[in-house]
Design a protein. Structure first.
Length: 215
């Protein structure tokens, strides 16, 4: 009897296993594609440095519109490796831009050992605080013909505290004083600032001072 019971239990167990639902297969997982970012190319900006011009100290001789045979000693301006030639222009005003007055103590002087052999030129500038120096340029012209000596390189006038500048012309010391029997002394004044830049220029004085040898 006991054996029969065991057989029946085994039979029931086997039937239950046969009716069990088969295990479902796991779902299929579709992989999601990964988006790869493309790097952005940033352009490189190259800045070219700009050369800044430095102030150049220049002394420019005078310009004479009435002297076709004049020769000038121009000082070149160097800007890097390039040489520039200054452009000169006449001064139409009297006594000239930047000047209030120009006076000469004599109308005639002599070269030699006699008296009256020098003349003093006194100039007053318009803006004394801006003027660092005044340079005088001199040349000699034949009294009765169109013949000239070259302009001098320029001499610095004596500076006074009230905006005046002075310079003494000595007959025997003027370049070309003995080149002619009788002559005119031409002169022009140029005002400069601390950097040597021209900020004023007088007219060219022509027939205000004559020059002759001592008798």
């Amino acid at each position: 009897m006991r054996r029969l019971s065991l057989v029946m239990i085994l039979t029931i167990f086997l039937q239950a296993c046969s009716l069990a639902t088969p295990t479902a297969e796991p779902p299929t997982i579709t992989p999601t594609p990964t988006i790869t970012s493309t790097p952005t190319i940033t352009p490189t900006i190259t800045i070219t440095p700009t050369r800044t011009a430095l102030p150049t100290i220049v002394r420019i001789p005078t310009w004479d519109p009435n002297g076709p045979t004049a020769t000038f000693q121009l000082i070149p301006i160097y800007i890097g490796s390039v040489t520039a030639t200054p452009i000169l222009s006449p001064t139409p005003t009297r006594p000239g831009l930047g000047f209030v007055s120009v006076d000469v103590s004599e109308e005639k002087i002599f070269w030699g050992s006699c008296k009256h052999n020098k003349a003093k030129i006194i100039a007053k500038v318009q803006n004394p605080d801006d003027v660092y120096s005044v340079v005088i340029f001199v040349r000699v012209k034949a009294l009765l013909k169109e013949d000239y000596t070259p302009w001098t390189q320029g001499d610095v006038m004596e500076k006074h505290g009230d905006g005046t500048f002075s310079y003494t012309l000595v007959g025997s010391e003027i370049e070309g004083h003995n080149h002619y029997r009788d002559s005119w002394v031409y002169y022009q004044l140029v005002a400069t600032d601390e950097l040597g830049e021209i900020i004023g220029r007088t007219m060219i004085y022509t027939n205000s001072l004559s020059l002759s040898p001592c008798k």
